[in-house]
Design a protein around this ligand. Structure first.
Ligand code: HSE
Length: 399
């Protein structure tokens, strides 16, 4: 089985490393020899042991009928989408780590794969090396999924963990994370929650079998989280984590990305540093947790190569994945009910606006903090937009 790799960056070079280092055991597990024939990249790699496989022209791969599996590790939607679509249409299976591509075009690419009796696999697009796509698609199909809550972004989990452990403010920790290479020079996609948003869109689409457009998912990042918020969290024996969440509620399925205050009983409480954790609740299974490295060269490549093995094992047949182009109707976030942690300036009429609350010990002068009763987004936003003096609000997910 000949393989072509599109993109020789961090993950692409990891895929080549995994396929080379574990060649013998991979061949046994796939039931055939898996060999890399081409590596497509714009750059040359004169010192690389695989330099003879580097090509710059995609059409060589597309036209070569001996290529059965294409690995897409370029990232971004264009030209990844055009390349992947063409490969599938030519009857080649595609394995990708590209969450933007999967979130935007997953349903269409899966339907082309089905028509052509090949596979479009994307285990590495969510949770890096953590198996979560295959479990949702195969192992948990007996269940109705009631909730998925995931720490889906390693960079922001690292930042929040450091803020908690070292009592530092957001900007100091972000700078440190950038210097250590944990955060991108342009960290927007991570800290604003966009990365987690694409990932929860993919998981929700798979859980309910219909297209979730990430543009429809309410998304709030961690840029507003301060060292004072963290201080209150510690006082409560709780911690602040950013979740990608989708949940069946009384008013329908809600999907959102936001920071949450969680207590020690929450299964995701111990997921720290760059690790990811995904909590899934099924109506028969109950609770399950998936934990591991959600990013990084080899963990991500390991998941891509597992897909390559699966594609090789299923040559001539398509592994069934239910993800139709029909749009999943999400419930309006306005109806989502949460207890809330709120900080207000001194003098704010707490009882007159929020009613009965649990007042917390103040951690700073000239402010007060409290936990509200469960209240909808709509009710909270009404108060926030008509009253000055709210300093911060974080939703609670206490188990
Ligand atoms: N920037 C992402 C993260 C990489 O920090 O988790 C993996 O998608």
């Amino acid at each position: 089985m000949n393989v072509a790799v599109l993109g020789y960056g961090t993950v692409g070079s990891g895929v080549v490393e995994v396929l080379t280092k574990n060649q013998d055991s991979i061949d046994v597990k796939a039931g055939k020899e898996i060999r890399i024939k081409y590596i497509l990249d714009l750059r040359d790699f004169p010192e690389d042991p695989h330099k003879d496989k580097i090509i710059h022209d995609f059409s060589i791969i597309s036209k070569d009928t001996s290529i059965g599996i294409v690995v897409e590790t370029m990232g971004g939607v264009h030209p990844a989408y055009e390349f992947v679509k063409e490969c599938l249409e030519k009857g080649k299976s595609v394995c990708t780590s590209n969450k933007e591509l999967v979130a935007k075009h997953g349903a269409e690419l899966l339907s082309i794969a089905k028509e052509k009796k090949v596979n479009f696999l994307f285990e590495a697009s969510v949770g890096g090396g953590i198996p979560i796509i295959r479990p949702l698609n195969q192992s948990l199909t007996a269940d109705k999924i009631l909730e998925i809550s995931g720490i889906l972004n390693g960079t922001t989990n690292y930042i929040l963990t450091k803020m908690t452990q070292e009592g530092l403010d957001f900007h100091t920790v972000l700078k440190d994370a950038q210097e250590k290479g944990y955060a991108e020079r342009n960290p927007e996609a991570d800290i604003e929650g966009y990365d987690a948003c694409r990932k929860i869109a993919i998981l929700t689409s798979l859980a309910y079998g219909k297209q979730v457009d990430y543009e429809d998912i309410y998304t709030e990042g961690i840029t507003g989280i301060t060292d004072l918020d963290i201080k209150y969290a510690k006082e409560l024996d709780a911690s602040i984590k950013i979740f990608g969440m989708s949940k069946i509620t009384d008013t329908g399925i809600i999907a959102m990305v936001a920071p949450f205050l969680i207590n020690k009983a929450h299964p995701l409480f111990m997921v720290n540093d760059v690790f990811n954790g995904i909590f899934v609740k099924g109506n028969m299974l109950g609770e399950a947790m998936f934990y591991g490295r959600g990013a990084g060269k080899l963990p991500t490549a390991s998941a891509v190569v597992a897909d390559v093995v699966d594609a090789a094992k299923h040559e001539g047949t398509t592994i069934m994945t239910i993800w139709s182009k029909e749009k999943l109707e999400l419930a309006k976030i306005d109806s989502a009910k949460f207890h809330r942690f709120v900080r207000v300036k001194d003098g704010f009429h707490i009882a007159g606006t929020f009613g009965n609350v649990q007042v917390l010990k103040s951690q700073a002068e000239k402010e007060r903090a409290f936990l509200t009763r469960p209240m909808t987004e709509a009710d909270y936003q009404k108060i926030a937009s008509t009253n000055d003096g709210i300093l911060s609000m974080i939703r609670l997910d206490f188990k």
